[in-house]
Design a protein around this ligand. Structure first.
Ligand SMILES: Nc1ncnc2c1ncn2[C@@H]1O[C@H](COP(=O)(O)OP(=O)(O)OP(=O)(O)O)[C@@H](O)[C@H]1O
Ligand SMILES: [Mg+2]
Length: 348
């Protein structure tokens, strides 16, 4: 028998739609976030009548459905109305110029090479005819906020939706931008265990054939997700447990498959982070999302996120967090005097 000839490794599958467990998949139904979706839609709705829209700041911890909710509303909007929108993740695209380039490209303008920010803005205004929904996710990670100033100043009809984990971001924002924005605010609370159960059952319906999951296995997924209060943990466990069950040629996902999958969760483990200083916590948050980045860039992101310590102090903190087993520092042999280091997130 060949390596790929074992049962359930080839054609047969317990997954009906494994793609629905990909990080970027946005389910049609988001249980327990109906109110929030309605609120987001209400902020956009005035634009559909030709009025100016409302601005909205969404806050909340990791994996509580902020991005999913906004993307769901945007997809619904796209299906029914001819109102343009852009969605930019400011962690992936952080300088104002890059953000404006990305916006122009999303709106269908292809020739962005060598254009100045002013040119890009002019193109965006022309394409959107001055009315547009702008979503900036992970807004606290933007390197500068010139783009936000331009939008607030130059677009008479717009809804600006900002998403962040950082509840204090707005209070640190330049007052000239803050006073032009005056957003509504909406905080996403963590899900309760009962809510997680509903959501996980719903996500199973999207991804697996009926009857594949045993109740005991579902219970474990819900328990782990609630423990770490991050829905990403649940989605990860659903996919991983399914793959393990298939490898074992099982047509059902049993608790033991989930237990095995949960062993891979060490990167999600919660330590009591109250023992860490505010700067250490910020660095943990940064390296968690930028694992493998060189230390100079980590420092730049830290400063952009509001960190005020010197580079030397931050390097000391990185080493301290390595000693605690949270990071791993690997020299690259490059950079000034070959001293550049890559910082990897190992787990909390
Ligand atoms: N109510 C829900 N129903 C179904 N799936 C959900 C729900 N809430 C969250 N999810 C899923 O959980 C995962 C994490 O959600 P999401 O990406 O929206 O988190 P987030 O609040 O934006 O977190 P972060 O601040 O870390 O970016 C996604 O795969 C999303 O589809
Ligand atoms: Mg998000």
């Amino acid at each position: 028998m060949g390596l790929f000839d074992r049962p359930l490794l080839s054609e047969e599958s317990i997954f009906s739609n494994i793609e629905s467990l990909d990080p970027d998949f946005v389910p049609k139904l988001l249980p327990h976030r109906e109110e929030q979706q309605k609120y987001i839609a209400d902020c956009i709705a005035p634009l559909l009548k030709g009025y100016n829209g409302r601005n909205l700041l969404i806050t909340g911890g990791p994996g509580v459905g902020k991005t999913a909710c906004v993307k769901r509303v945007l997809q619904d909007l796209e299906e029914s109305y001819d109102l343009p929108h852009v969605y930019v993740n400011c962690w992936k695209t952080s300088s104002s110029h890059k953000i404006l380039t990305e916006m122009a490209e999303q709106l269908g303008f292809k020739f962005t090479m060598n254009l100045s920010s002013e040119d890009l803005l002019r193109k965006i205004k022309k394409i959107t005819k001055d009315a547009c929904v702008f979503v900036f996710d992970e807004i606290d990670k933007a390197a500068d906020y010139d783009f936000l100033y331009y939008i607030l100043e130059d677009f008479p009809k717009r809804s600006v939706i900002l998403i962040t984990n950082d509840s204090y971001w707005l209070s640190r924002l330049d007052s000239r931008i803050r006073s032009r924005m005056i957003p509504e605010e909406m905080h996403f609370e963590a899900y309760s265990k009962e809510e997680i159960m509903d959501i996980i059952r719903e996500r199973i319906k999207y991804a697996f054939y009926e009857g594949v999951w045993t109740d005991e296995a579902i219970d474990l997924v819900v328990e782990k997700t609630a423990e770490l209060s991050d829905l990403r943990v649940g989605i990860f466990l659903l996919k991983e447990s399914g793959l393990i069950a298939e490898q074992e040629a099982s047509r059902r996902v049993e608790r033991r498959h989930c237990e095995k999958a949960a062993e891979k969760l060490k990167h999600f483990q919660k330590r009591d982070i109250s023992e860490l200083s505010e700067d250490e916590r910020l660095l943990v948050e940064i390296v968690r999302k930028h694992s493998g980045e060189i230390s100079g860039n980590i420092y730049e992101i830290y400063v952009n996120a509001g960190g005020s310590k010197s580079q030397r102090t931050v390097e000391r903190l990185l080493k301290k967090l390595q000693k605690k087993g949270i990071f791993e520092l690997r020299p690259t042999g490059e950079g000034f005097k070959g001293k550049s280091t890559r910082i990897f997130f190992k787990g909390l």
